[in-house]
Design a protein around this ligand. Structure first.
Ligand SMILES: [Zn+2]
Length: 368
């Protein structure tokens, strides 16, 4: 991590007085930090940590306030070690990756990153990573379109949505496609939804169209409208992604169950095939059932179940897991998956081990 250029007290942290001399930063008790003996001089000094001054100017200011040069340096070091400082220069560099109005829209997201990544400049560095990323979402139903919008709103540089056909009422969701889009081309409506989420008027050119010349995506979200993304290893075969070494996340709602995961890091973590093997051990008929489920099977036409609130929660969780991955943190959908139930509102995480018969732990590019 580079040295802090322009220290700023993290604006995301609430400031409260525990007593007349103890200043607490942060509302969540187990993460909160305190500055003791915070007298008038110390408070005056803290007010100078607004990101407009470099360390030498701050040391001189501490001297003028009567704190002494060395104690001022120690105070700065303590604030940094306590995770209370960010680097305003790094923050500005990260926001410069985005045109207005995205900078202002991303303010709370960056404030959140500054808390989960305590080192100065680490939150802004994560945001720069998001800005450089390209995520492809396959499927623009209730879950997929909302995942795409949430990723665009979260600062992912390019979000593309791949789908065909026209918007049906069942595709609409409060975080994705609006009911006014029914009948329009699904890919167009999803692209415009992404643009709106990123703060642009629909029709702008800030989101790239999926095309042959586009670079390979940083990550692919498999969210087919049928919900079969909840059955990893199903209709949306991920073999090309495995071969190309592209990380991918399965997600969807099937019947009353919302699923996020597995997030597959090819060659490193358990894949959709591993999950298919694991399910087959539980139910030997699974390989026969799986393709029928994906293609809508025999019998009368179904009305696919998809609780709107569940789909919105699943999309938000899927987007959060993608962002965690882009930020460099392994989300719980790696080597596992998360289930949300419309029956009881509970969320649970299930573990998935790489299956020895799957062969996905071979290096990418090896013959399957
Ligand atoms: Zn596997």
């Amino acid at each position: 991590m580079r040295p802090v250029l322009k220290p700023v007290l993290k604006p995301a942290l609430a400031r409260t007085w525990r007593d007349t001399e103890t200043l607490q930063f942060g509302a969540v008790h187990r993460h909160a930090r305190v500055v003791e003996r915070a007298d008038t001089a110390v408070c005056s000094f803290l007010s100078l940590l607004d990101g407009t001054r470099e360390r030498p100017a701050l040391l001189a200011a501490g001297e003028r306030l009567g704190l002494g040069r060395d104690p001022t340096g120690d105070l700065l070091d303590d604030l940094e070690k306590g995770g209370l400082l960010d680097d305003a220069a790094a923050t500005w560099e990260a926001l410069e990756c985005y045109p207005q109005p995205r900078r202002e829209l991303l303010g709370p997201d960056l404030a959140s990153l500054s808390l989960v990544r305590p080192e100065p400049g680490a939150g802004p560095a994560a945001l720069r990573g998001r800005a450089a990323a390209r995520v492809e979402v396959r499927g623009a139903g209730r879950v997929g379109s909302a995942v795409a919008a949430a990723l665009a709103a979260g600062g992912v540089g390019i979000v593309t949505v791949v789908d065909t056909g026209r918007v049906t009422p069942g595709d609409c969701s409060p975080a994705g496609l609006a009911p006014t889009e029914v009948g329009r081309l699904r890919a167009t409506a999803a692209r415009e939804s992404v643009q709106r989420a990123a703060g642009f008027a629909p029709g702008g050119s800030r989101t790239a169209a999926a095309g042959r010349s586009a670079p390979p995506p940083t990550l692919v979200v498999l969210a087919p409208r049928s919900g079969s993304g909840a059955f990893a290893g199903g209709a949306y075969g991920a073999r090309p992604l495995m071969r190309a070494g592209v990380p991918h996340l399965y997600t969807g709602v099937v019947e009353h169950l919302g699923v996020v995961g597995p997030l597959v890091l090819p060659g490193t973590s358990a894949c959709g095939g591993c999950l298919a093997f694991a399910r087959t051990e539980e139910d030997p008929a699974w390989p026969r059932l799986l393709p029928q489920l994906a293609e809508d099977g025999p019998g009368p036409a179904r009305t696919p179940a998809c609780d709107g609130a569940l789909a919105t929660a699943v999309a938000g969780l899927a987007a959060l897991h993608v962002l965690l991955h882009l930020d460099g943190t392994g989300p719980p959908s790696v080597d596992g998956w998360c289930e949300l139930s419309a029956a009881d509102g509970m969320a649970r995480r299930l573990r998935l081990r790489p299956h020895p018969d799957c062969g996905c732990q071979w290096q990418p590019g090896a013959p399957a």
